[in-house]
Design a protein around this ligand. Sequence first.
Ligand code: 6PG
Length: 225
Amino acid sequence: MNLIEYADSELMMMDLAHIVAGEINRKLMHSERASLALPGGTTPGPVMDALSATSLDWERVDVMLTDERWVPEDDPRSNARLLRERLLVDKAAKANFIPFWSDAGAPEECVPVAADKVRAAMPLTLVLLGMGEDMHTASLFPGAENLDTALSPNAPPLLALHPPGVPEARVTLTARVINDAMNKHLVIIGDAKREALEKARASGDGHVAPVAAVMRDLTVHWAKE
Ligand SMILES: O=C(O)[C@H](O)[C@@H](O)[C@H](O)[C@H](O)COP(=O)(O)O
């Protein structure tokens, strides 16, 4: 794991967003057919804003989420909504979005169709991850009923989970897909997440600290606040 600290008072969140967007842009531009996975939540918005304005041949870029909340795309909690509002605009509007959510049924019924599209996009060119203070990443949550499957080396590309204490069902890239990516980055903000990251690194056990399962060759971007 490579840790980059943006703790300097001059390097604020926007600088981190532009630096990470620049790194993503550099990795995507050198791939004939590129594929990118971005997280949901509150952290990646500024990175998406910066990335949406970068000049890339976006038509040859497959874009997906690292995980989705199983809610309609007009729901404020939808990660697809976040992506459509913050990334798939401006120059990046031409990207090929691979949605996970579908109104065709339960997540378990819909996952196989999206999983085939993820499989076709592998190995992903770059995965950008977020992390919770409970050391979850994507929707690989501690205590989730089929976390073992999601962490196993022969996991399917995509899996539905019902994590305890999470308001909706989730669909997530599995650890195998994330670790198969050519580039892995994590963006976290604040001291509490920095402590959680160090706790995960010390643990090394993905079943207790799921982010530990994807730490090999991971570049972490940490801003103090
Ligand atoms: O759907 C999600 O919520 C994300 O994909 C999830 O893995 C997120 O990255 C972390 O929960 C951190 O979220 P924040 O950036 O909001 O702290």
